[in-house]
Write a protein that binds this ligand. Structure first.
Ligand code: HEC
Length: 132
């Protein structure tokens, strides 16, 4: 009886802990957390022009000017910065917005919430949408 009780706690602790944000299945993106899921860009695609400037200043050193993951700082990083042109093919606006806001645990990707304004983060999402 006691054993069953304890193992239930252990099981629920594992299942309900803060979700690790790193996908374990190659090619399958992790689910967007509820706080971010379903959000779409309120500024539209025109924001990409401003987003390009924000990207060059804050992101290109790692992700490269064209978002391919090949910026000057990328060589030294493990894991390497994401290829955002490839990510653009499979991620929704809400996924990009979430990742930029909160960063990626256990990688060099910082959380930008509080560093950049909300409008700038949406501008970045619009810019990433233009990458091929
Ligand atoms: C210090 C280097 C660095 C900087 C600066 C940086 N990133 Fe990243 N970024 C990374 C790394 C490393 C990853 C993780 C790649 C992985 O998980 O394999 C990442 C991941 C991401 C992801 C998620 C990729 C995925 O597959 O889920 C997005 C989106 C992203 N970065 C966008 C940006 C944007 C936009 C900026 C600028 C505001 C930025 N990054 C600045 C290094 C950086």
């Amino acid at each position: 009886m006691m054993f069953a009780f304890v193992s239930m706690i252990v099981l629920s602790a594992c299942g309900a802990g803060p979700s690790s944000t790193i996908s374990t299945t190659p090619g399958v993106l992790p689910a967007v957390p509820p706080d971010y899921a379903g959000k779409s860009n309120p500024f539209g695609s025109d924001a990409a022009v401003a987003g390009a400037v924000v990207f060059k200043t804050n992101c290109a050193a790692c992700h490269g000017d064209n978002g391919l993951g090949d910026g000057p700082a990328s060589q030294a990083l493990d894991p390497r910065p994401a290829n955002l042109a490839a990510l653009n093919q499979k991620a929704g606006d809400d996924y990009l917005y979430w990742r930029i806001n909160t960063g990626v645990t256990s990688t060099a990707m910082p959380a930008w919430k509080g560093v950049l304004g909300d409008e700038q983060i949406w501008e970045l999402v619009a810019f990433i949408r233009t990458l091929k």
